[in-house]
Design a binder for this molecule. Sequence first.
Ligand SMILES: [Zn+2]
Length: 124
Amino acid sequence: MATLHMEGPFCLDNETISKTITRISPGNYLLGFLDDKRFVVKHVGRSDGDIGGRLKSHIGKYPMFKFSYADSPNAAFKKECKNYREFGGDQNKLKNEIHPDRPKGSNWKCQFCIIFEQANFSEY
Ligand SMILES: [Zn+2]
């Protein structure tokens, strides 16, 4: 089973997010719901600068979230790739439509797959 190192689950609503996430920081999140006390992950994501603000943009899509702060956008990117991998990069479980993106102009690579080695990612 995947390891999370995340806090939650919490209700995905304005009040809970504001109360729970008190720092403006890069971070990671999982969106999903509870199935008999088990948190079912349906979407993984990150924010490079404001994890709380990002979560607020998802209110209404899923009932619950988990999150963690990240030390840097790059750390958040790495963790998002890991989460994406662990929770079903095969699309069977997650609703994510694409592999986690990286910031424009960065040459970050995924540790788990070769997506950024392909010809259409040749900006560097
Ligand atoms: Zn990957």
